[in-house]
Design a protein around this ligand. Structure first.
Ligand SMILES: [Zn+2]
Length: 223
């Protein structure tokens, strides 16, 4: 609990602006649970997904609330349901916007880079633009025509929107949790594993530009 409270305090301070750089070239620092740190490193900081658009070695997340633009004919209700699910589970807040201007996550229909996975469904997602401190600037969820128009009465439809939004939020790779939402070996679960939630909550409690180490320590280097 002590470790978590240190992070919360530091994150709160970060919102007030950067403190003067102390000796040693580190602006801020703290410590988190090493298990969660390992997941942040594996699925965000060092993840290959979207790696050409961001810096590896430091975290990449959005400033909250995250602006979301849904481009027709993508079913807005499907996107909204997934946003609410992440919001309630991980505390990540969203706001719909009426124009496609960054920073934002855009839901759009397309076929670019999409492989059909099951029953005609196909989608991909990620972060494809960042600011200098690795803060996310552009994210996307691309859905093929089947996924763009699917019904939430179909569990695969629920899964696609929740899973792909997870990537766009910063869970940039797949884990091996048997029943997790972001798993590569699970059976397309529509619900989170607690470890996935812990990772996202901690990711969003860290300041932009933070580098996380395997022992749980983190720091924001001087730029
Ligand atoms: Zn995926």
């Amino acid at each position: 609990m002590c470790r978590l409270s240190v992070v919360v305090v530091c994150a709160a301070l970060a919102s007030c602006g950067d403190a003067p750089a102390p000796e040693g070239g580190v602006v801020r620092s703290g410590s988190i649970d090493p298990v969660i740190a390992a997941d942040i490193i594996a699925f965000n900081q060092q993840a290959e997904g979207s790696a050409s658009f961001r810096q590896l070695g430091i975290i990449c997340r959005w400033e909250l609330p995250i602006s979301v633009f849904v481009q027709p004919p993508v079913e807005r209700a499907n996107a909204e349901a997934a946003l609410k699910y992440w919001e309630s589970a991980a505390g990540v807040r969203f706001a719909f916007v009426g124009s496609d201007e960054s920073p934002r996550i855009v839901f759009r229909e397309g076929t670019d880079g999409i492989a059909v996975v099951e029953r005609g469904f196909g989608a991909r997602s990620g972060i494809d633009g960042t600011f200098a401190d690795n803060r996310a600037r552009s994210g996307f969820v691309v859905l093929n025509s089947v996924a763009a128009r699917c019904s939430l009465s179909d569990p695969l439809c629920v899964y696609i929107y929740r899973h792909e939004l997870g990537h766009a939020l910063g869970y940039l790779a797949h884990n091996k949790i048997p029943r997790g939402l972001m798993s590569e070996i699970g059976e397309r679960s529509t619900t989170f594993d607690q470890r996935e939630i812990d990772m996202v909550r901690q990711l969003y409690a860290l300041p932009h530009g933070a580098r996380v180490e395997p022992d749980g320590s983190w720091s924001v280097p001087v730029r």
